[in-house]
Write a new protein. Structure first.
Length: 427
């Protein structure tokens, strides 16, 4: 009788130790706890011929921003695939596509895979969340598509904490806050150490405008979370923003220095490159002085890791970093030949951020405002993409149109009387 993972899927290994380590790795990846790659490496050590452990290690390396270390385990998984079950072969093929940049093909493969093996959570996971294959698809309606993927699987996953976590995020992003709260609270109760679940609970606080409660929750939850955890940077970003918005400005800058900026955060690179400029701009909107040296630091970081366009959400923040650093040459090179599914949006963002940096408020509004109704295409969460709305609102305020700005931002948030934490001085 074949061993099975915790979701009931058969595994091509006879080693209980390998199976147990693999299960630990899955839980660690799903919860963003530290040691994901170590667990999969332990599974390989227990059974070198365990193909899923190799491909999972490759995926873990990719998520940790060490994609160059994924090549060997990916190659070994492909060598071993022929001797595995049909599910495992399909599973390996999905991750081979992801690891080689074939996002659309991978998503199509996941949809087909889940019709036969709906409880293969590891294979489903890359299609979920705001940074997943649907999240970064560049499509209008991708938030609805995300929820539509997850809802029918409730019959298969039931009260599974990982499933409830992802379902809650999809619901919260669509404003289904009551449903989202029920699911994320259930997920946290079932698996309290999940950093992804804590993060999504933070998003619920944000959407409800509960800044003090959100800050208190994440501050307490993050006390014992290790620095090498996948969500260390991003959860601290939320804490830094709430600290700034609630008047704890020294705390906000301390958090930024220690856990968000390059060198303070280890990564992942995608979080540092997006969270750090997002914090700096919000801080400036809140009345802090511009820190040119910090913007130059971020421009250099962007050039190192994301100097070519292609991922809309990252492109937005790269353009922002270049514009605020005053590096027009780098921005022109970056934005003049845009790539990826949101390539059409990059030139407008580049013009808008450049105008904002220079204090040309009407130009900033004119470039950014037309993007707002479809900014879900960029990927990321609503809490992150609110940055574009803040640019328009802050430009209105600085152009002497505070009443218009207040009306604009209120209409953008009709479901939330408290506001989602608009950090704009003078509004």
């Amino acid at each position: 009788m074949m061993l099975k993972d915790r979701y009931g899927n058969e595994l091509s290994t006879s080693s209980t130790a390998a199976r147990d380590a693999y299960d630990r790795g899955i839980d660690s990846l799903m919860a963003a706890t530290a040691g994901t790659d170590t667990a999969f490496a332990e599974a390989i050590a227990a059974d070198e011929g365990f193909a899923l452990a190799h491909i999972s290690l490759a995926r873990a390396k990719q998520l940790l921003g060490r994609g160059h270390e994924a090549k060997a385990p990916r190659a070994r998984a492909l060598e071993l695939a022929a001797g595995t079950t049909p599910r495992e072969q399909s599973h390996i093929a999905i991750f081979d596509k992801i690891l080689t940049g074939q996002g659309e093909a991978a998503l199509e493969a996941i949809r087909a895979h889940c019709k036969t093996w709906p409880r293969d959570a590891m294979a489903l996971a890359p299609a979920t969340s705001v940074f997943g294959l649907i999240g970064f698809s560049g499509k209008i309606g991708r938030e609805v598509e995300q929820l539509a993927l997850l809802e029918p699987l409730e019959k298969d996953y039931g009260d599974d904490w990982w499933y409830r976590t992802q379902l809650a995020f999809a619901q919260i992003e669509l404003g289904q806050l009551d449903e989202g709260q029920r699911n994320i609270d259930a997920a946290l109760a079932a698996y309290p150490k999940s950093a992804h679940a804590a993060h999504i609970r933070g998003h619920l606080f944000y959407e409800m405008g509960d800044r003090e409660a959100g800050l208190a929750f994440l501050t307490e939850w993050m006390k014992d979370y290790p620095r090498d955890g996948l969500m260390h940077c991003h959860n601290h970003w939320h804490m830094a923003l709430w600290s700034m918005e609630t008047g704890r400005r020294a705390d906000a800058w301390r958090i930024y220095d220690e856990a968000v900026r390059p060198g303070g955060a280890w990564g992942p690179q995608v979080n540092v490159a997006t969270d750090a400029p997002a914090f700096l701009l919000r801080a400036e909107m809140a009345g802090e002085e511009r820190r040119p040296e910090l913007w130059r630091e971020l421009a250099e970081y962007a050039t190192k890791w994301f100097g070519r366009s292609g991922l809309g959400f990252v492109d937005m923040h790269t353009a922002l970093a270049y514009a605020m650093a005053g590096d027009g040459e780098a921005l022109a090179t970056f934005a003049d030949s845009p790539r990826g599914p949101t390539a059409d949006m990059l030139p407008s963002m580049a013009r808008g951020f450049t105008a904002f940096a220079a204090g040309n408020w009407q130009q900033a509004i004119g470039a950014i405002r037309p993007l707002l109704d479809t900014h879900e295409r960029l990927g990321g969460s609503r809490a992150q993409r609110d940055l574009l709305e803040y640019v328009v609102t802050a430009a209105m305020v600085r152009d002497g149109k505070s009443v218009e700005a207040r009306d604009f931002i209120t209409k953008r948030r009709p479901h939330n009387g408290k506001g989602r934490g608009v950090p704009i001085s003078g509004l």
